[in-house]
Ligand binder design. Sequence first.
Ligand code: DLL
Length: 432
Amino acid sequence: MYFDQQAECMDRALLEQLQLERLQTTLNRVARNVPLYRQRFADLGIDPDDFRSLDDLRSLPFTTKQDIRDNYPYGLFAVPLRDVVRLQSSSGTTGKPIVVGYTGNDLRRWSGLVARILAMGGMTRDDVVQIAFHYGLFTGGFGLHYGAEHLGASVIPSSGGNARKQITIMQDYRTTALCCTPSYALHLADVMEEMGVNPNSLHLKWGLFGAEGWSDAMRREIEARLKVTATDNYGISEVMGPGIAGECAEQNGLHVNEDHFLFEIVHPETGEPVPDGETGELVITTLTKEAFPMIRFRTGDLTRKLAEPCACGRTFHRIARIMGRSDDMLIIRGVNVFPLQVESVLLAVEGVEPHYQIVLEREGRLDKATVYLEVSENLLFDRMRVAREALDKIHHSLSSELGVSMDVVFVGRRTLERTEGKIRRVIDKRVL
Ligand code: DLL
């Protein structure tokens, strides 16, 4: 199902021509209107009019989160505030927040791009879409809301929180599609169980989940418990919000809306491009944004490019699901570990719930890692031998697959903290 077939299935040679033209326009816009870029281009002797090929992009400097913070609040806007009709902010938990702005054209394009992602996930104008993302400065609520309206669906702005009410709405309004974080989707499944609501009695068909990392095992769990087809979608406020990339029915990587965003995958330390298919940091350049264009923005998110054609017919290249952030990589006794790798190991074990928390402590000179893991009543209270075997199995898989040994502690269901926003998987108590 396409929202914009002509664009999404565009011939790649035409696409690249369009990208180059749009890049030239964007570079001219920032060189004229954004002091940071004007200065940087001048220092490096870069003239946007000299751009002849997309490969020239590599001669441009990166833009970092620090650059955005240094220009807080409006320093990187490329239009006067008079032309900005919306402000949003990033949900970053550390340091100063950042502010992003949109012109009327930016908002219209944003809705169109989110509509594409929703359609990729299976939705049409016949769906009743419940947006259980927070509405506010976070781009999730409003971004998906206007995208779903643009698609022509019937939109329920239920916003985040209040799980019981969300479920009652799902029943009464006959919701067919749910948009939220994957961890919140599972929380809703738990609360449904508590309320004695059978998911088969609901009308849910589609689940569009994003804004935080999740594994394929977690996808299967959500699909089984909520009776939906679950797709992943990626976005980041500094670049736009949701609507940057999304999965199609193949459920195998996320198509990037390449007519509006150029993406590169670079080595997180050297900044050099990595060969296709290798994991690196996602870098994005906006091609059509007016108020807040970004040139080679370092997202901090790690993924790889999937360049093979997709069976869905879209020509836009895909990225693999985000495997973590370059800054959430844990170094445990010298071994690099991403929380999502831990999740994949855990969920391969029967009876394990996808609710876990990794706690890092320092014992003497050594790191100690403990995984607190919610398990079903059966495992928790079952004969000791069964629980013991499961613990051993997890312990063994963690050390053989990740190369680091972690203690594993089983806890009862609903013991670990639940969040309505993005989930906190790691608690690092080490003083380094
Ligand atoms: O989370 C935008 C969004 C809203 C995307 C709703 C999808 C759905 P920020 O608050 O700026 O924007 O957070 C961006 O969230 O750098 C990633 O680390 C993470 N993230 C977003 N989508 C995914 C995903 C929104 N599908 C940060 N998988 C990004 C993994 C994701 N991580």
